[in-house]
Design a protein around this ligand. Structure first.
Ligand SMILES: [Zn+2]
Length: 109
């Protein structure tokens, strides 16, 4: 029987844990590239940030009622490990997701 290699055949996105770690690393690399040192928290002045690399949604507010057609803003939170202050970065800018085509641009077949 042929044994599959488990190490070099898996891409980062093949497992949820692998995907999360891939995103987390990508976010931290992006942050270090864009954010000059010192990367201090504006509240507590510490430099201890973490992210799970997960993408969350900021939904457009419509007077407290749910509005399905409202815009959604995908963000990745980065949290200060001491005070909890949270930065949000655009997941598109981070390269974690790609823009989908607008509904009017759908192909007809
Ligand atoms: Zn802080």
């Amino acid at each position: 029987m042929e044994k599959k290699k488990m190490t070099d055949r898996k891409s980062p996105g093949e497992t949820i844990k692998g995907l999360a770690e891939y995103r987390r690393q990508r976010v931290m690399n992006w942050l270090n590239e864009k954010w000059p040192i010192p990367q201090s928290c504006p509240i507590c002045r510490r430099k201890d940030w973490s992210t799970g690399g997960t993408i969350h949604e900021l939904r457009e507010f419509h007077s407290g009622s749910f509005f399905a057609a409202g815009s959604v803003f995908p963000v990745v939170p980065i949290v200060c490990n001491f005070c909890g202050y949270t930065l949000f970065f655009n997941a598109f800018k981070l390269g974690l997701i790609e823009h989908s085509k607008k509904e009017g641009e759908k192909k007809n077949g």
